[in-house]
Ligand binder design. Sequence first.
Ligand code: HEM
Length: 304
Amino acid sequence: MISIGIDICNVKRFDRLKENRAFLKRVFAESELEICLKRKRISECLAVRFAAKEAFVKAIGTGIRDGIKLREIVIRKNEIEFFKKSIKIGAVFALLSSILVAGVGDFHAKEVSHTQPTKLAAMESLWETKKDAPMYLLLIPDPANERNSVEALGIPSMLSILAGQKEIKGLKEFPPTERPPVTPTFLSFRLMVGLGFVFILLSLWVLVKFKTLENRRILLRLLLWSIPLPYIAAQLGWIVAEVGRQPWIVYGLLKTADAVSKAVEPSQVLSSLIVFTLFYGALGIIDIYLLAKYARKGPEPKEV
Ligand code: HEM
């Protein structure tokens, strides 16, 4: 908005107008009347709001005749204090829990390297057995040719350090029928870990720039758009765990194909999957609706 509006009004007029219910209902929203009529100095409270509404109408240059009703303009305090208090709690919690998740994830990776070596090799798309295995930041798997088409930006020995083993077995160490699908396991793992670091960086960014947060549009927008990311990261983790352990249901002992129940029909599996998907899908939609509704509503209006 480029223009500004200004209005001055006589408080004394409101000593009389505050008794006029029809006027009050026409000019003020329920929430405003609730605040002002409880006050000791009712006339001041009403007058200041009336002036602010008139000033707003002048600023946008329309006038009440063009469809805006004064009672539809609600004068509220800016909620920056409330917003900053809640975002600080969120950012501290996000930072601590993201660091914790990365720590637990690292512990998991070490465990996986001992108990499910094919999963670890697929997570890192490692084809050849290597001592002091490096970790490549840029890597494109080529499972058809049992190699990687791109391996760049390697960090020496990093994979061995993270896995807690000097020698890491490559996929070629195992028969092709005992290897998991490499591309989905690798991509899901990379994205999950990448998102884990994004959460740490975003929450750090919020805390470092906390003082001027309300003016940082890009950061605020990023935060809004990052709401679904933890849910996506959790799904990716699940893909790593479940796709990565194929073809085994019990590693080295029982294959998934041999564990299929003969008592349960495929149609039963499909129908329960559909019911669960619909049920949790509906819960998800209600959750998003409620989050959006209460975020838009904001806190209870403060007294002005
Ligand atoms: C930041 C670094 C992270 C590392 C190093 C990491 C590491 C791992 C590893 C190694 C696994 C496989 C465990 C297994 O197959 O037994 C795993 C699974 C999983 N991860 Fe992550 N992860 C990280 C971040 C995240 C984040 C940010 C989330 C979600 C917000 C997440 C959610 C999951 C889930 C839900 C599983 C599946 C667990 C299961 O079903 O057993 N991870 N992660």
